[in-house]
Design a protein around this ligand. Structure first.
Ligand SMILES: Cc1cc2nc3c(=O)[nH]c(=O)nc-3n(C[C@H](O)[C@H](O)[C@H](O)COP(=O)(O)O)c2cc1C
Ligand code: SF4
Ligand code: SF4
Length: 251
């Protein structure tokens, strides 16, 4: 089974591609579920998620720590999508898997268009860069599918200063830079409710006045920000002048 979490669609595309290459099924993680039945191939689990500040998204880490799966004895793999690099995301994931008594058998990364826009200096890729990354993904997935099938080596995008990124910045980021409190709607909001319907954690409620309100259960996936048809979602002042990106349905 391929279990995936995707905010803006990149990881869904990579998981779907992997499913096609390996005869498996890509299933979105249901964060409300206490247990998930195995679907598709029952001889392995491939965890797919975006890299968040050089580690696994906390919602995924939490899910791995508590979900009931018929996963005893079968190998676990991970595939992360990242805008630039994933540092030691694989080592953090391996610790989560080992803590469950499961077997981490391999880790893989593929570069996809960047979606992080909440700090100074971070913005979406230019349309040309985003298109080039999307176009390169299918070929990048072939050796990954091959390695999963044959027990081949990990394929990773470490980048520079991986230890500092994953063991100093990641814990700081999770503690201090993942609050949904700064999310708000601007005057351009039409009250269409799209953000509330598409939030993977059901964190957005439409108020009686027809405007969205953000709660505290947020994955920081930025789907609400990137998918609003009126570009009416903002995060404090951090998103002023920043671009938007949603992955295509298929490639
Ligand atoms: C909160 C957050 C943190 C991110 N941190 C990183 C990072 O540390 N390194 C990186 O290369 N990309 C980072 N990104 C970019 C995403 O990993 C990348 O765009 C990914 O493909 C998004 O996947 P999705 O479309 O499935 O959500 C981050 C994105 C978000 C929303
Ligand atoms: S998707 Fe955009 S326009 Fe629609 S309710 Fe949400 S913020 Fe408002
Ligand atoms: S509120 Fe927005 S950023 Fe948070 S989980 Fe929902 S869609 Fe993602």
């Amino acid at each position: 089974m391929i279990l995936y979490f995707s905010g803006t669609g990149n990881t869904r595309l990579a998981a779907d591609r992997l499913a096609r290459l390996t005869g498996d099924q890509a299933v979105p993680i249901d964060f409300d579920a206490a247990s998930m039945p195995l679907q598709g191939r029952r001889d392995r689990i491939v965890w797919c998620f975006p890299t968040y500040s050089w580690g696994p998204p906390p919602v995924v880490a939490d899910f791995i720590s508590r979900v009931r799966l018929e996963a005893g004895g079968i190998p676990h793999f991970m595939l992360t999508t990242c805008g630039d690099d994933m540092a030691y995301t694989d080592r953090r994931w391996k610790r989560l898997i080992a803590a469950r008594g499961w077997q981490a058998a391999g880790a893989f990364a593929v570069a996809m268009p960047n979606t992080y826009v909440l700090m100074k200096g971070f913005d979406v890729d230019s349309p040309e860069t985003a298109a080039a990354k999307l176009a390169a993904m299918p070929a990048a997935m072939e050796p990954i599918a091959e390695a999963i099938g044959s027990g081949g080596p990990d394929i990773l995008i470490r980048g520079s200063w991986p230890w500092v990124k994953s063991y100093v910045i990641y814990p700081w980021f999770v503690r201090h830079a993942m609050s949904p409190r700064p999310f708000h709607h601007t005057g351009a909001c039409t009250g269409c409710g799209g953000c509330a319907r598409s939030c993977p954690l059901g964190n957005i409620a439409m108020q009686p006045g027809g405007t969205p309100h953000w709660g505290n259960r947020c994955a920081m996936c930025l789907r609400c920000y990137h998918s609003c048809p009126r570009n009416a979602v903002a995060y404090g002042k951090a998103t002023a002048g920043k671009g938007r990106y949603m992955a295509p349905k298929d490639i």
